[in-house]
Ligand binder design. Structure first.
Ligand code: GUN
Ligand code: FE
Length: 460
């Protein structure tokens, strides 16, 4: 058990930030938050902890705690290809850059080497929970699962399913083989973390273009037989992809009908991108309770979407949205970058698409923002509690509360640390410190990372 005295900032809802100043937290030995008392002056702590012989960590002024970040969409084997092929259209980028890179994970030793760097790099950037696509290889994907568990990162881990429209050197031989390997990965993940406390399996059909109808149906059947199974896929990412999908499945007129007909749209579905959405599809995702992984970095740089998802509209309708880095389609694996890009792309959307509400920018709205424009509270929510909801971890993480598990980042903006990049000023209130961190901070300012109360990056 341990105690921490700090100012906490977390998100209660997309529009509601909460600051808990001078808060005394106590944690159980397994990392559950036992108590949380705001407004406790340092002088009062000894008497409160009098009977408990537990170590106390106190943060300094200029430091504060936020929940760990959640990356709802990340391709583990693309860690080494980040930055390559920016500006390419999706299918060309897959063939030219991605498939040759992912094929290397046939060698488990290569997977071991890259995944060690990946998990360390993600934790360092404060990503305490990630939803990972693996390569199509069962063994490499099991290596990833074991690595996350050992390093202390929470993760959904999916062996990628793809049995057509890919080069022979990177394509599964049959739907049966793909399903057999998938079952083996699920079994492995559940054997090393039976309660799914830290790592969980996720069904991962890459997208409809690279899966036969037989494979999509078998995966949908698995999801129906076991409703605890999460599902992730790419959804309405870009015009090139949507056109190719409709050509392969001519009996459908949209991807929502296509994926749902195979049983792949459930309350546990994590749909990456959702950039080009009709009214009909938005409503369908809302009714089915699917979550959206908004990946603004990738949307503007790879894939040919060049258009950010209608995030404000999802939030207005109550569709769950989290942020994804889509690393390596997104050149950055930082959720900080994803927050900034979510803001910037929302401004662009507001300016370029007046029919979506940009016209309101003429000053009629009290907050001075247009109808498509996201605010700090919304991107911070998506990076934390919203993302936790999308990946199914909302009961454990995403915010601070008694009974939740302690996944948190110590943000440090003090002169000797943050003075390099974050313009902390005397008298900045916690909300302002958070705004400055989100807009100008990076991993230099994340000096300690906790998952389940355990320090997984930085000094205790
Ligand atoms: N669609 C199918 N595969 C991928 C991928 O690896 N990245 C992105 N961004 N889109 C995809
Ligand atoms: Fe992706």
């Amino acid at each position: 058990a341990k105690a921490i005295h700090a100012t906490l900032i977390h998100s209660l809802s997309p529009t509601n930030l909460q600051v808990l100043p001078n808060t005394l937290l106590t944690l159980s030995s397994s990392g559950t938050i036992l108590s949380l008392q705001p407004n406790i002056p340092p002088s009062a702590i000894p008497s409160i902890l009098a009977q408990q012989n537990i170590p106390l960590t106190s943060l300094s002024p200029g430091q504060f705690l936020i929940p760990g970040f959640v990356d709802t969409h990340n391709h583990a084997p693309q860690w080494m290809q980040r930055g390559l092929g920016q500006g390419m259209h999706i299918l060309d980028w897959l063939d030219g850059i991605t498939f040759p890179n992912e094929a290397k994970f046939a060698d488990p030793a290569h997977a071991e080497k890259v995944y060690e760097k990946l998990v360390r790099g993600m934790l360092r950037q404060g990503v305490t929970t990630a939803s990972y696509y693996g390569s199509l290889h069962g063994e490499a994907t099991r290596v990833l699962a074991s690595m996350c568990l050992k390093a202390g990162q929470r993760a959904l881990i999916g062996k990628c399913n793809m049995d057509r429209n890919a080069p022979a050197f990177y394509c599964e031989a049959s739907a049966e083989e793909s399903i057999r390997e998938t079952r083996e990965c699920i079994r492995h993940i559940r054997s090393i973390d039976p309660e799914g406390v830290q790592i969980r399996p996720v069904l991962t059909p890459r997208f409809a273009i690279s899966c036969t109808a037989e494979l999509l149906q078998s995966l949908g059947d698995m999801a129906r037989e076991d409703d605890s199974l999460a599902i992730q896929t790419h959804f309405n990412e870009a015009a090139q992809e949507i056109n190719a999908t409709m050509a392969l499945f001519p009996s459908f007129t949209n991807e929502a009908d296509l994926y749902s007909s195979f049983g792949l749209l459930t309350r546990k579905s994590i749909l990456a991108h959702c950039t080009i959405m009709t009214e009909y599809e938005m409503e369908k995702l809302r009714e089915l309770g699917c979550g959206v992984a908004h990946c603004p970095t990738a949307n503007m740089t790879v894939g040919g979407g060049f258009m950010a998802a209608p995030v404000k509209e999802f939030l207005r309708r109550g569709v769950s949205v989290g942020l994804g880095t889509d690393s390596g389609g997104g050149y950055s694996a930082s959720v900080g970058d994803a927050m900034r890009h979510a803001l910037v792309t929302s401004y662009a959307r507001d300016a370029l698409y007046p029919k979506f509400g940009g016209a309101e920018k003429d000053g009629s709205k009290a907050d001075g923002r247009g109808g498509e424009t996201l605010g700090l509270e919304e991107v911070f929510y998506m990076a934390t509690r919203g993302g936790a909801k999308v990946v199914g971890f909302e009961e454990k993480v995403g915010g601070f509360g008694v009974g939740m598990e302690f996944d948190a980042l110590v943000v440090d903006l003090r002169d000797e640390v943050g003075g390099v990049n974050v313009p902390l000023d005397e008298g900045d209130a916690p909300e302002r410190m958070l705004e400055k961190f989100v807009m100008t901070g990076d991993d230099r300012n994340i000096v300690r990372v906790y998952v389940k109360g355990r320090v997984v990056h930085g000094e205790e």
